[in-house]
Design a protein around this ligand. Structure first.
Ligand SMILES: *Cc1c(COP(=O)(O)O)cnc(C)c1O
Length: 346
């Protein structure tokens, strides 16, 4: 069924942990033929947009909620660039508990905001960036005794390891490269921990190089210093001081991977490429890895024939505004067959 049902033996769950699920995990790992040929590699996309709330956040959220409920949590709080709030709000609704979500005002994609509101969370827009919203959420959680379900919550990263286990279960072992967008840096850290755990128990005999991709305007792990005013249209990775920076750096060092940055233009081009040549519609942040692979190919730094898994972290439907800004518009006609045939000729 879900992450706890499928991988409970590898997770810190006890008999008392409630077996909650919204059917998260077990997402498709799709071979992307056209783009593989173009880049001369074997490229797979892990379709995390197929999770119940439309992003990978559900993998960790189910664990964070289960453990907090086990400890008797009465209410939940998080700060979010959008997907964490959508996910937290969904699980809170399903277990019948209140949820407060703090968002940077005006910087959250429309679909994500609609989700948090529809699931019934108390949505609070903070006049500040994500990093400030997180500070506030942490302080409020401490004062009020609420469970904080941001990735500072260690159970989030535990649940997110399941992505790595699924990749290995499908491919038979880890890929050569694992490419992932990096915002708060929890996901790259969780995947690395997941791959290592699988190697220890003999489920993969190799480990991938961890390749993290950030947006140029929010690239603290590439520049090596915090970014006080992060800017990128990929709002899910618009983060200046990643909470899990230390874990992510260790993952990249240990795996002989790299951090790279890509511009917003490169991200948009990759989003278009993935949808129009791959048939996969992912949100802008999710396309940073593909933008990075395209860039590395141009620089001659993408080895031929390697097996690459990229995590397509969130569904493209979450951010219709950014998509429409570059998608063009429908061709309008009257209601006659002649007009229709005319436009079909092109
Ligand atoms: C949260 C998120 C990210 C960034 O993941 P981190 O664990 O914060 O590095 C990337 N893409 C999407 C769609 C997200 O929701």
């Amino acid at each position: 069924m879900g992450v706890i049902q499928n991988y409970g033996k590898l997770l810190p769950v006890t008999e008392k942990t409630p077996r909650i699920t919204l059917g998260e995990g077990n997402t498709p790992l799709v071979y992307i033929e056209n783009i593989s040929k173009m880049l001369e590699i074997e490229l797979y996309g892990k379709l995390e947009g197929c999770n119940p709330s439309g992003s990978f956040k559900d993998r960790g959220m189910v664990m964070a909620f289960a453990k907090a409920l086990e400890d008797g949590a009465k209410a939940f709080v998080c700060a979010s660039t959008g997907n964490t709030s959508a996910s937290a709000a969904a699980y809170a609704a399903s277990v019948g508990k209140p949820c407060f979500v703090l968002l940077p005002a005006g910087k959250v994609a429309l679909g994500k905001l609609a989700q948090a509101l529809m699931y019934g969370a108390k949505v609070i827009a903070v006049k500040g960036n994500f990093d400030r919203a997180l500070e506030l959420a942490r302080e409020a959680a401490e004062k009020e005794g609420f469970a904080i379900v941001n990735s500072v919550n260690p159970y989030r990263l535990w649940g997110q390891r399941s992505g790595a286990w699924e990749v290995c279960d499908v491919l038979g072992q880890a890929p050569d490269w694992h490419a992932v967008p990096v915002g708060n840096a929890g996901n790259i850290s969780a995947y690395w921990a997941g791959y290592k755990q699988y190697k220890e128990i003999g489920k993969t005999d190799k480990l991938p190089r961890m390749m993290g991709f950030q947006a140029e305007g929010a690239a603290p792990l590439v520049t090596g210093k915090p970014c006080p005013s992060p800017e990128t249209l990929a709002t899910a990775i618009r983060i200046g001081s990643p909470v899990s920076a230390h874990l992510a750096k260790a993952a990249v060092e240990e795996s002989e991977g790299e951090f790279n940055s890509v511009t917003d233009e490169e991200i948009l081009a990759a989003q278009k490429l993935l949808s129009s040549k791959g048939g996969i519609f992912a949100e802008p942040a999710s396309c940073a890895p593909l933008a990075g692979l395209v860039k590395l190919k141009k620089l001659g730094k993408l080895p031929k024939g390697i097996k690459v898994v990229m995590v397509l972290t969130g569904n493209g439907l979450k951010d219709p505004d950014t998509a429409m800004s570059q998608a063009g518009s429908p061709v309008e006609i009257g209601d006659t067959l002649e007009e229709l045939l005319e436009v079909m000729k092109g």
